[in-house]
Design a protein around this ligand. Structure first.
Ligand code: FAD
Length: 449
């Protein structure tokens, strides 16, 4: 086999297509669900349940538009089944496609010696290897957690009954999206976060605005807390006691405890020691060609630990597959837009305001615009939120941060502008259709000062 790919998720798909496009023979091994995290437990299932959340919100909010509806009757089991069934179908379709276009092997792949991978009873020789094994939920070794019923974003999909009270450990992307979902389902949600804020890597001001917006919808937050005690209750419930400095401990009862404390690169059991591949705490170390330190071995996606995003996994997979098949491609992650599909939505690209200020000092230009200034937002009654565009004194766009409206769609205008090297002036004067949310970008650029 020219190229052997371990894992059948997003990075794998791109690597397989890229290698095949160069005429290479490709084999792929998958130990769990073809399609990987994004299709079966990550991006798409979460966005499907968040779509149900939006439907519930729309019904509740309809009176604002003169349309009066009763409180929505939520069939929780149906909401979850919709996401689960679609994920199963996507996975089956993906497996079928892999079987048609590639050598597809079901089972855990382990490198037994350089150039040979074992899958079950079979050994397959390869010229190049792509490690696209993704990540697994990180569950902290908090005393009592292992004995306390809990779910992760991998295991939550089988629940069929709406929990009355959900406690979420961790205040990152997975946590805030699930909090948005459960809140709309009528569940009482509390997020327990060890640090002093949500989403530590993102822009401080927009993240604080998100926390305030979620709190206004009734989601509870406790920051700088550590779990002191966990006590299992009946029927999957539990009691969590948390402490903060010298303050008196606080206790929360949960029908469902969701552990959302991050994901770890999946490197165990791959036989990487046989290859001498360098692994750091963030993941498999790779260069800009997605190559590891071992000859002919590449890694892409979550396991390489740069970003944990599907679009990035695809980009890196393409680079890895191209190079594994004798091509010459490089990773370009200078502009990576990212989004949280919370309500309100949050999206960002480039530097945070603090990073931009550090880089440009007093010459930094900041274009702030409340969403309420945007005509389409007024029409839709979606005026909660604000955006800011960051540019250097000479008009280079450094980043943007949006909260509210279709932030995830809009940030891509700025991302595209940054990718193409467009200037602040060009963003000020491009003609956006009126009334659309895209005018928000114009307004931010015009207000940059
Ligand atoms: C709840 C949630 C929501 C998310 N939402 C978004 C979002 O909205 N947008 C976004 O961009 N990203 C999102 N992500 C992140 C995104 O899903 C991942 O970054 C992306 O799927 C990673 O792709 P990958 O190819 O690196 O890994 P994966 O898709 O996980 O593929 C790796 C595959 O390798 C298999 N494997 C591992 N070891 C072996 C072995 N030894 N042998 C055989 N097979 C093996 C695994 O079973 C897995 O199927 C979300 C993640 C989560 C958890």
């Amino acid at each position: 086999m020219d190229v052997f790919i371990i894992g059948a998720g997003t990075a794998s798909t791109a690597a397989a297509l890229a290698a095949k496009a160069r005429g290479a023979s490709v084999a792929i091994a998958e130990e769990w669900l073809a399609g990987g995290l994004c299709e079966t437990r990550g991006c798409k299932p979460t966005k499907m349940i968040l779509r149900s959340a939006r439907a519930a919100r729309d019904v509740r909010d309809a009176a604002r538009f003169g349309v009066h509806a009763r409180e929505p009757a939520i069939e929780f089991a149906e909401v979850m089944a919709r996401a689960r069934d679609a994920a199963a179908k996507r996975s089956d379709d993906h497996a079928a496609w892999l079987g048609e276009d590639f050598t597809y092997m079901k089972g855990t792949a382990t490198v037994v010696r350089p150039g040979v991978v074992r899958v079950g009873e079979d050994e397959v020789g390869y010229k190049s290897l792509v490690l696209a094994t993704g990540s697994t939920p990180f569950v902290p070794d908090t005393p009592g957690l292992a004995e306390t019923p809990h779910r992760t974003s991998d295991t939550i999909w089988s629940i069929t009954e709406r929990p009355e009270r959900v406690v979420i450990l961790g205040g990152g992307a997975i946590s805030t999206e699930f909090a948005t979902f459960f809140e709309a389902m009528g569940t009482r949600v509390t997020i327990l976060e060890r640090s002093g804020r949500l989403l530590a890597r993102e822009d401080d001001e927009t993240c604080r605005a998100l926390a305030a917006a979620l709190a206004a919808r009734g989601i509870g937050f406790r920051y700088e807390v550590g779990v002191q005690r966990l006590e299992p209750g009946d029927d999957g419930s539990c009691r969590i006691t948390v402490g903060r400095g010298d303050e008196a401990p606080e206790t929360f009862d949960a029908d469902l405890l969701l552990v959302a404390t991050g994901r770890r690169p999946k490197v165990d059991g791959l036989g990487l020691d046989v290859l001498g591949v360098e692994v750091t705490p963030r993941g498999i170390a790779t260069d800009e060609r997605a190559a590891t330190n071992a000859e002919g071995v590449y890694a892409a996606g979550d396991v390489a630990g740069r970003w944990q995003l599907t679009d990035v996994a695809y980009h890196e997979g393409w680079v890895a597959g191209t190079n594994a098949a004798g091509g010459d491609a490089t990773i370009d992650e200078r502009v990576v837009p990212r989004a949280l599909f919370t309500y309100p939505e949050l999206a960002s690209v480039g530097l945070t305001e603090a990073e931009a200020r550090e880089r440009s000092g007093d010459t930094l230009l900041v274009g702030r615009a409340p969403l309420a200034r945007v005509g389409k937002a007024q029409v839709d009654g979606e005026t909660e939120g604000f955006g800011k565009l960051l540019a250097s004194g000479d008009g280079e766009i450094l980043g943007a941060h949006l909260i509210g409206g279709p932030a995830a769609e809009l940030i891509q205008i700025v991302a595209m502008a940054m990718t193409c090297g467009a200037s602040l002036d060009q963003l000020k004067h491009y003609i956006a259709i009126h009334p659309t949310f895209a005018e928000w970008v114009n307004i931010m650029a015009l207000r940059a000062e």
